[in-house]
Design a protein around this ligand. Structure first.
Ligand code: PHB
Length: 392
């Protein structure tokens, strides 16, 4: 069996795992990144598309790429649409911040390219990953993409391996607590080859349920509508999808620009947190430790925020800080995790149709939207959360 020795074994080559590997490399700390998915699979998995200013700064300032600035689109606001009217939340005016529309697939491509250029050891398409914490140092065993058995010995293991994390499950029974919430709906997402319907994103609440108009390029748009978790993409042809979108957003002078549809998918809604995010020599980052519903696009941003702190913690550890350095990780990230949990939950419940809602519930939801869009203080609270609480 081929054995490799490294300082940090990183399970998961999504943006969190690769960003950590990149930052560690810049600090002279070695890592090996493993993923059961191929490069191609990760690069073509459609995820959300909004980066907070802090995420953009991390990509640019750490030298990953400045493509986000040249090819991404700066958005200074979003629209909340309800009762047929658009209400713009002006991020620049309210909190002096912006977000960038730059799809997660592009973030992955930038990071994967940078790791490759820097000679990083990233192994895609491996199989059968298992984490063994019983020995003097952690060991990850797996099968290489070509089928050969392999063994990775490390000082520390980082689980950046997504919501179904195997690293999380390597924590012993009772070593962590879980908080969990399910929602009775999902999003139906699709791409369409059409011009932009609006210069900024539109989050729309209607009596037929929520819809989101997002973008990818001038000629390709990304949209979503609230649906049942049991919905099947193959039951929806283009006509049926557009009819559903139209009745949720068209009216009062606004009309969707339509085109051929591709990449249909149903996205489940879940809120999940586990803590502590470290046990012994395993540390979790991103979706492995917390999942948010997609309203507000916090998932990737939260993962990058974890990794920024984790990099500092690991640097301190390898500089001789020992266990005490690792102890700081969870308390330093958990505050933002719960803020993002609240924001994602709040934006979701404010904008979605809830089955069985009473007339009271519906009027209350309207009042909530009126408060958020009708006062500078309400709007600033939303703007601060959406852009990522960067001045705190
Ligand atoms: C997306 O463009 O895919 C997107 C944007 C904003 C969200 C969720 C998804 O809140």
């Amino acid at each position: 069996m081929k054995t490799t020795r490294t300082q940090v074994a990183i399970v998961g080559a999504g943006p969190a795992g690769l960003m950590l590997s990149h930052l560690l490399h810049r600090s002279g700390i070695e890592s090996v990144v493993l993923d059961i998915r191929t490069h191609e699979e990760i690069a073509t998995t459609i995820r959300a598309g909004i980066l907070e200013a802090g995420s953009v700064r991390l990509l640019v300032d750490s030298g990953v790429s400045d493509r986000v600035l040249t090819e991404g689109d700066r958005h200074d606001g979003v629209v909340l649409r309800f009762d047929g009217d658009n209400h713009r939340i002006d991020f620049q005016d309210l909190v002096g911040e912006s977000v960038w529309l730059y799809p997660q697939t592009e973030v992955f491509i930038d990071l994967a390219d940078r790791r490759k250029t820097d000679g990083g050891d990233v192994r895609y398409g491996i199989r059968g990953t298992a984490v063994d914490m019983s020995g003097a140092r952690p060991v990850v065993t797996f099968e290489e993409a070509d089928g050969g058995p392999a063994r990775l010995e490390a000082d520390l293991v980082v689980g950046a391996d997504g919501s179904r994390s195997i690293c999380r499950h390597a924590f012993p029974q009772g070593a962590r607590t879980e908080w969990f919430r399910e929602y009775p709906f999902a999003w139906f997402g699709f791409l369409t080859e059409a011009p932009q319907s609006h210069p900024e994103l539109i989050y729309a609440r209607s009596e037929h349920g929520f819809a989101l108009i997002s973008q990818r390029t001038p000629a390709m748009q990304r949209m979503y509508f609230q649906c049942s978790p049991a919905e099947r993409p193959e039951d929806w042809d283009d006509d049926r999808i557009w009819a559903e979108m139209r009745r949720r957003v068209n009216g009062n002078g606004f009309e969707l620009r339509e085109g051929p549809i591709s990449s249909k998918m149903v996205l489940p809604f879940r809120s999940f947190v586990t803590a502590p995010m470290r046990h012994d020599r395993i540390l979790l980052a991103g979706d492995a430790a917390h999942t948010v519903p997609p309203t507000g696009a916090k998932g990737l941003n939260l993962a990058l925020a974890d990794v920024r702190v984790l990099h500092e913690v690991l640097t301190e550890y390898f500089a001789g800080g020992g266990e005490r350095a690792l102890d700081h990780y969870t308390p330093r990230v958990l505050d933002r995790v719960w803020k993002a949990q609240h924001f994602s939950y709040w934006a979701t419940t404010m904008l979605h149709g809830i089955e069985g809602a009473s007339d009271f519930d519906i009027e209350r939801q309207r009042a909530e939207l009126a408060l958020v869009t009708g006062s500078r203080h309400g709007a600033a609270f939303f703007a601060e959360g959406y852009t990522g609480w960067s001045r705190r």
